[in-house]
Design a protein around this ligand. Structure first.
Ligand SMILES: [Fe+2]
Ligand SMILES: [Fe+2]
Length: 234
């Protein structure tokens, strides 16, 4: 590992790098194409010491899957079974929580809550559509690529020229979702509870924060998608 690698490359290289990047607020998902040293300097961090911290830290706990080495098909199935299912359950629940909070506390900070309703509503409908497109259009072909990978066969033909085409669309949507999440973070001042916060506000904020953490853009942008493109080009 070197300081000139991008954030995405570092994150893909090791699971414990991710924990350090997160701790320092270095965005390896949507901001993943930024070189690590530049991103560190922008946050007044010394790139050499952060890298040393990553290299000297203990390896990932046993039982954590190395998605760079696991079969592509397992990763694709894991994404759908774990992350997509979580989002499908969690997003409507968060919308209900948000409605409840707005009806009780809305007037205490009307502008912020109005904006949060708009941004969250947009994020939810975009993401629901996005998950649907991945599951209907892209992942069935990744599943076929995964089967070919396991059987030692070349990538089968796809109807859209190259798998890189739908992937580019999905990555654009990830960037948009990342923008909405960044706005939610800033509207809620990094999920800092207002002094009038009741249990529902707490549950809303922790749910939004968990949603941000579970978005799995990293697994797709930095691991699954590059692997599918590389497999096609073999
Ligand atoms: Fe996904
Ligand atoms: Fe996605």
């Amino acid at each position: 590992m070197t300081t000139t690698m991008t954030l995405a490359e570092l994150a893909a290289a090791s699971a414990h790098a991710i924990r350090h990047l997160e701790r320092h607020g270095l965005d390896y998902c949507c901001g993943g194409k930024q070189p690590f040293d530049e991103a560190c300097r922008a946050k007044n961090l010394n790139p050499d010491s952060v890298l040393a911290e990553i290299e000297n830290s203990t390896p990932a706990p046993a039982g954590e899957t190395d998605w760079q080495a696991a079969p592509m098909r397992d990763l694709a199935r894991h994404i759908i079974a774990t992350h997509h299912e979580y989002l499908k359950l969690e997003m409507p629940a968060l919308a209900k929580r948000l409605d409840k909070v707005v009806s009780v506390h809305g007037p205490k900070d009307q502008e912020m809550w109005d904006r949060l309703v708009v941004v969250y509503g947009g994020l939810r409908s975009e993401l629901e559509l996005h998950l649907h497109k991945e599951e209907i259009i892209l992942f069935p072909f990744i599943e076929q690529y995964g089967a070919a990978e396991l059987a030692g066969r070349p990538a089968p033909p796809v109807p859209f020229g190259s798998i890189a085409n739908p992937i580019a669309v999905m990555e654009r949507e990830h960037t948009e979702a990342g923008g909405a999440l960044a706005e939610i973070r800033s509207l809620t001042t990094d999920f800092t509870l207002p002094e009038y916060a009741c249990a529902t506000v707490r549950a809303l904020y922790s749910g939004l924060q968990a949603l941000e953490a579970d978005l799995h853009i990293h697994l797709e942008n930095n691991i699954l998608f590059p692997r599918a493109i590389a497999f096609e080009q073999r």
